[in-house]
Write a protein that binds this ligand. Sequence first.
Ligand code: ADP
Length: 288
Amino acid sequence: KVCVVGSINLDLMVQVDHAPAPGETIMGQMLGKMPGGKGFNQAVAAHRCGASTQFVGQVGADSDAQHLRKVCAQIGLSDRYLRTNPKAPTGTAYISCQTGGENSIIVVPGANEQLDLTQLPHALSDADLMMVQMEIGPQAAKTAMAISQHLGVLTLLNAAPSRDVGSEHLALVDILVVNETEAEDLGGFDALRQAGPSLIVVTLGANGVMWAEHDGPAQTASAFPINAVDTTGSGDAFCGAFASALASGHSIEDAIGHASAAGALTATAMGAQTDNLSSENIQAMISN
Ligand code: ADP
């Protein structure tokens, strides 16, 4: 069983020729509303990979929240610990996708900022692993890990964004997952191996992944060869699948394989939460 604590947004995506200059009004096309937020993406991925998953997050009392709850119902992910904060709007990401693939993004965190963790101990009952990211702010991420550690639940920190990660965070982490940029921000792979976590995983996009257990040798795995269409959310799918595999008792090496397949599957379709993500498709990719 996996418990994911984190951000949930409604992503508003619009296709544009170029980013608007100051004072300029431009026309966009194809307004899309998609569920997002690293926390929610990872919870959906863990759920789709077969883990019994609880998501602890917060939305406002608005129509965006209703939309996101409907998404949960459609995919069968519980919204029991998705709290409504009547005083803040649901988190929103405004994403303009420029022709050529470059994105400009404005995030309004809204309800993600005052995440209430009162229910976390309930959500953690019977959990094998608690996974959190930094989009809910440094203090909430730290509190979530401290509560989990106190209850003897394994902690996984996806240190994204890496800006506010301090030694007080790393001291509470059992498993750290970062991408290449985040690893650099935190002092590099070798420095991280000297810090608190007993397992460090660094994802390297199309170059695969490297990891090391405390005092163990560094190991690597290549990425699955695919035609990448949109790599948005690959890192989140990786984390969700990794947590799901570890919680169900797979070895680290096997879990890395599942996670890499999930990252690759997500890169083969548009959007951060792709519905091609399933344990069947992961198995098919691994055994191919
Ligand atoms: P993030 O999105 O957080 O920057 P990465 O880009 O490192 O994360 O992607 C996470 C994982 O997803 C990678 O380790 C890899 O296994 C998989 N992945 C990402 N991009 C590709 C790709 N182009 N081809 C195959 N696998 C990919």
